[in-house]
Design a protein around this ligand. Sequence first.
Ligand code: F0G
Length: 354
Amino acid sequence: MNYIGLIEKYRKYLPVNEKTPIVSLCEGNTPLIQAKNLAKEIGFKGQIYFKFEGLNPTGSFKDRGMTMAVSKAVESGSKAIICASTGNTSASASAYAASAGIKCVVLIPEGKIALGKLSQALMHGAEVLEIDGNFDKALNIVKELSTKYLITLVNSVNPFRIEGQKTASYEICESLDKAPEYQFMPVGNAGNITAYWKGYKELNNENPKKYGLPKMMGFQAAGAAPIVEGCPVLQPETVATAIRIGNPTSWKTAEFARDESKGVIDKVTDEEILFAYRLVAKREGVFCEPASAAPIAGLIKYVKKGYFKDVQNLQVVCILTGHGLKDPGNAIVNTQKPKKVKSDINEVVKAIGF
Ligand code: F0G
């Protein structure tokens, strides 16, 4: 059968029935790419894989949750959805709403959303409201609004989002024929780490001998690391705008995933994030957005400090949550400008340095 999206593939694991109208853009089924060059570069003897979620239809992992959230919203008769977003949720929500033929309202923090993401929400015809406050403020507004008006909230407080997003763990286990020993991922509002852990546990409960469980290694940006600091951050700041969040909704379940899996939630600086961001683009040919480079920065940090034992047999998966093209602004300012050359073959040869 042709692949027609994650709800059809994982139907038996998801809260859908024959009456649920499936709204899908064929999300999921993303590749697990082995990063041999990175392993060599950082001196890691085990296997590193990238789960490249940037290859979902709107360029981020949010589509996994949104196919579920929007299908269930339509099933319940909802004619409109709403979300707060650092960018990717708004891009995904507006695309799925367009496909379902319902209204979409998105609240975004003014001036702090990557250009690609903003262009998506606008192109898909969402009502885009820029607020003079950060993501946390926007989220409080949409939470309250959705309790007072007939509009469905599609942030990850919506449990169907978590259900859809957990399918990425199934795919990883299918690809490796087991769970990896470690999973590195970014943490923002903390829905995704909650979802992955749920997925791994469900599969492991079915067949513990086969799958096992990974240690969940979550990374926040140093300027937006409430879980690491143990208190909300009022003015979160980071180059990784996707995870510029000071008071995550799924804080407790993220801590639960960390503790139950015997993993860690730690922070990486913007400098470390940008280093990892350029490194994987240059050495692996994989272009992810800055937030997605946070777990790679985390992996580099943990390799450097000798965290891993019995490295030979380790499989580590990094979740690259969003595509690099989402945020062309950061790519341009963090690389060298193109050289200006006259339209003359000799000048071109000189510039190449042949
Ligand atoms: N990576 C990317 C690319 C994201 O867009 C987000 C969250 C995360 C990681 C963190 O995931 O919130 O589940 O811990 N973006 C949200 C948004 C907040 O509005 O697009 P999380």
